[in-house]
Design a protein around this ligand. Sequence first.
Ligand code: NIG
Ligand code: FE
Length: 414
Amino acid sequence: MTSPLFSSVNWQTLFVNVNLATMSEGSAGYGVVENAALAVSDGKIAWLGKATDLPPYDKDSVAVIDGDNQWLTPGLVDCHTHLVYGGDRANEFEMRLEGKSYEEIANAGGGIVSTVSATRKASEQSLFETALKRLTALHQQGVTTVEIKSGYGLDVDNEIKMLKVAGMLGKTLPVTIKRTFLGAHALPLEYKDKPDEYIDLVCNEMLPKVAQEQLADAVDIFCEGIGFNLAQTERVFMCAQALGLPVKIHAEQLSNLGGSELAAKYNALSSDHIEFIDEVGISAMKQADMTAVLLPGAFYFLRETQLPPVDLLRQHQVPMAIATDANPGSSPINNLQLMLNMACTFFRLTPVEALAGVTCHGAKALGLSSAKGQLAVGFDADIACWDIKQPAELCYQFGVNPLVTLFKAGKRVL
Ligand code: NIG
Ligand code: FE
């Protein structure tokens, strides 16, 4: 008999015989629900809980998926990437092995600006094709949301070209793409010794155009000795704020310029890298409700030795996200599962913290904390199904992909 209060009437999909690592706010640890069920309606999670608590449902209108005791997590979020770029930097990898440092290579005209010249030469189509391969690799590991930065164009047309390619990627694969304008990533050669004039270009031409054409969701800057100073950073933040765009920052990667503290004054979404941040910066981040984005791939690939101050971040309860930083120079890595492992081995995050880093906290770093990164009622039904016996396995092993199926907005995409 159908009751008028029949709560499952609109469910399209129901997972049964599954275990959940909900990663939901307010629940301890992974937010585990074993012997669970989860229902999807209109692309959102409509119900979840113990299978024994399932309300009556209409077996004829719901597609029931028997999960065979798999674990379900939120689709993973890679909240910091530079996936769109031309060329590669394998030659600089060799140079570094022959004794040159990342900074020496950058100062000698290599580094970011060498990727800039390859990116400028590349057509939209070829940038799209190479980035699609990288995004596909992430997607096949259970990633359903990816942030992509510009920053290898460094002139109006090429920055816009990169952002458009990032937008095309989101229309091609079932992955939510958040675009970040990183015009102030490095000084292009034509502005050598004229950083303030380049910041004029960023603020007066690039940013208004990017905002007007709605090509970006946020604005980032590389605040560093080999990037831009605090005054230049503040100019970009002021301009972004005036245009209504949230900001974030690459800061304290190689030295401490106080970038995170400045970013906090502008209510930035996140400060990223932060190996050299101090307690003043961390406390400012907490006050501004920012997320710390830790990037173990860049730490590993640059053979850094300064660890991010994880204990202080914990003490101040600053949420920590983990991301690939996928880029050709400092983190040529398209593997978020490997980052889970490295966050634990290098940074001593617990597996719970690492998994939160690529789910709820990754979503928070993108301003998506009410829609993505948690298995919770009302959240997008972006769901990864894993052949594992416990959630810690996702951090423990690497090189074997335990993803079984992937759902985006409730539809099976892998
Ligand atoms: O996040 N720090 C600046 N940007 C990138 C490096 C980009 C590159 O070397 O091409 C990073 O590590
Ligand atoms: Fe980066």
